[in-house]
Ligand binder design. Sequence first.
Ligand SMILES: CC(C)(COP(=O)(O)OP(=O)(O)OC[C@H]1O[C@@H](n2cnc3c(N)ncnc32)[C@H](O)[C@@H]1OP(=O)(O)O)[C@@H](O)C(=O)NCCC(=O)NCCS
Length: 177
Amino acid sequence: MKVHIHQEAETDYPAVFDLVEKAFRSLEISDHSEHHLVERLRKSNAFVPELSLVACTDDGKIAGHILLTKIKIEDEGKSHESLILAPVSVLPEFQNRGIGGQLIRAAHKKALELGFGSVVLVGHENYYPRFGYELCSKYAIRMPFEVPEQNCMVKELFPGALNKVAGTVQFDPAFGL
Ligand SMILES: CC(C)(COP(=O)(O)OP(=O)(O)OC[C@H]1O[C@@H](n2cnc3c(N)ncnc32)[C@H](O)[C@@H]1OP(=O)(O)O)[C@@H](O)C(=O)NCCC(=O)NCCS
């Protein structure tokens, strides 16, 4: 389904809050607080307004949202700036029509334009590899919490972006970890 993707405006915040809550409502692995996480991240230092995107239908309804925020990958005094994809949400009635994929690709394009080189995420092992995500373990990148290896993924936005990058992901306090 063709959607129009653009930067989220402040006037979109209530619709996005509602959308994220609905997208995760029936998901067993969710703690059902992702809509609050989005609100905290917007107020944090990790927020990059250009990387909070909405997908709109032809009649102007917001059907999906994606948020990429800044993280650091740190190792023995070395610090590398990267992004985390969290969360991506599509309204249940619009799921499985390619909107999530369009949002992910648009976010990658914008992140590259802004000068970022990589995106990490914790997510489903069957979904994200199609967008070029690889296991973090390939790059010796670790999460600061226990998570199955296959769910911890990273994408280079250009070849070689993760050369000599390894270490532990440092999340913004807004994540509440
Ligand atoms: C995950 C999500 C963003 C994908 O967006 P979408 O527009 O439905 O997905 P697309 O149409 O681009 O892709 C469809 C594929 O995604 C898969 N998919 C959908 N939801 C999924 C999920 N929660 N986990 C894994 N894969 C999922 C479908 O099985 C389908 O796979 P196939 O192409 O192999 O058949 C959306 O389904 C959603 O909001 N889900 C609830 C919230 C969530 O799980 N967010 C991701 C964690 S941050």
